[in-house]
Write a protein that binds this ligand. Structure first.
Ligand SMILES: C[S@@+](CC[C@H](N)C(=O)[O-])C[C@H]1O[C@@H](n2cnc3c(N)ncnc32)[C@H](O)[C@@H]1O
Length: 263
C-alpha cells in the first residue's frame, strides 16, 4: 500500500461521489459486463462507496456474497451504509489493502476492481486478485479514458500550470493496456480485448464541476496549486467550460474501458 495514496483518498472521501452520479453510473456498466450469476461470491477491491459493490451484490442475490475492501475507513462506512440503505444483506465491507488481501485463497468467483488498479501496485494487487479467485473465475476492472475534445482543457491547463511533470498520487496512472496485459499474464490472468463504454454526466453549473473536480482523482492535480494559482486556474477552467455549456448544464460524456481477465 502506498501511504500517500491512502492519505489522498482519505482527504477526497468526504465529497467523493456526492456531487453528481459518476462512479455509480460507470459501476452499473462495469457490473453489467461482469457476467455475474446468482449465488456467486464476488470481491470488490478498492470498492470506494460501493459503485460496483452494490450492483454486484444485487446480481449475485441472497444466495451469493459480495465483499468490499477499501483502504479508507470513510469509504468503507459509506459502502456499508449504501448496502444497508439498499436493503442488501449479502454484503460485508472491510478496511483492507488491495495489494495484500486479508482473504482466503480461492474463495471468490469474480473479483471486480473499478477504477482502482491505478492506485494499487499492480505487481502486488494482480497476483493477490488471482490468488483469491477460484479456478475458472475472472477479474473485471476498468480504466478511464477522456471526456472528449471539449474536456481536453483540463489536461492542457494542468500542463500549463506545471502540474503533470512530477509524480502525483491521486491520479496515479493505470498502466497502458499492453503493460497491463503483461503484468496480468504474469499473475495468471489473461485479458480479453477491452470493452469500450461511456456514460453521460451533466453538471448544473461551473461551481458544481469545480466541487466534483476536488472529489476524485483530479483533486491530486488541484492540490498542487498554491493559493495564488488556485483562483486563476479556476477562472481559466470556467472560461473553457462556458465555451461548451448548454442551457441544461455542462455535459460530460465519460469514456472508459472495461477489462475482463480470465484465470
Ligand atoms: C477512484 S476510487 C474507485 C472506488 C470505487 N471502485 C468506485 O468505482 O467508485 C479509488 C479507490 O481506491 C481506494 N484505494 C486506494 N489505495 C488502496 C489500496 N491500497 N487498497 C484498497 N483500496 C485502495 C481509495 O480509497 C478509493 O476508494
Amino acid at each position: 500500500m502506498d501511504e500517500a495514496v491512502a492519505a489522498f483518498w482519505a482527504r477526497a472521501a468526504e465529497t467523493y461521489e456526492t456531487e453528481v452520479p459518476y462512479f455509480r453510473l460507470m459501476g452499473e456498466r462495469i457490473v453489467g459486463r461482469a457476467g455475474l450469476r446468482a449465488g456467486q461470491d464476488v470481491l470488490d477491491v478498492a470498492c470506494g462507496k460501493g459503485a460496483t459493490l452494490i450492483p454486484a451484490a444485487r446480481a449475485v442475490g441472497d444466495r451469493g456474497r459480495a465483499v468490499g475492501v477499501d483502504i479508507v475507513a470513510e469509504m468503507v462506512d459509506a459502502a456499508r451504509a449504501a448496502a444497508a440503505g439498499a436493503g442488501l444483506r449479502n454484503v460485508t465491507v472491510e478496511v483492507g489493502d488491495g495489494d495484500a488481501l486479508d482473504l482466503d485463497t480461492a474463495s471468490f468467483d469474480v473479483v471486480i476492481c473499478g477504477f482502482g488498479l491505478g492506485f494499487l501496485r499492480p505487481e502486488h494487487a494482480l497476483p493477490e486478485m488471482r490468488r483469491v479467485l477460484r479456478g475458472g473465475g475472472h477479474l473485471v476492472t476498468s480504466v478511464p479514458l477522456g471526456g472528449g475534445a471539449d474536456w481536453e482543457f483540463f489536461g492542457d491547463l494542468c500542463k500549463r500550470y506545471g502540474l503533470v511533470s512530477e509524480a502525483h498520487v491521486g491520479g496515479a496512472a493505470t498502466p497502458p493496456f499492453d503493460e497491463m496485459a503483461k503484468l496480468a499474464a504474469s499473475a495468471g490472468l489473461f485479458l480479453d480485448p477491452p470493452l469500450p463504454e461511456s456514460v453521460s454526466v451533466l453538471f448544473p453549473d461551473e461551481e458544481s464541476w469545480w466541487r466534483w473536480a476536488w472529489s476524485h482523482g483530479q483533486r491530486a492535480f488541484l492540490e498542487r496549486l498554491d493559493d495564488s494559482q488556485v483562483e486563476v486556474f479556476k477562472e481559466d477552467a470556467f472560461a473553457a467550460l462556458r465555451s461548451f455549456r448548454t442551457p441544461d448544464g455542462i455535459p460530460l460524456e465519460q469514456q472508459f474501458l472495461v477489462l475482463n481477465a480470465n484465470t
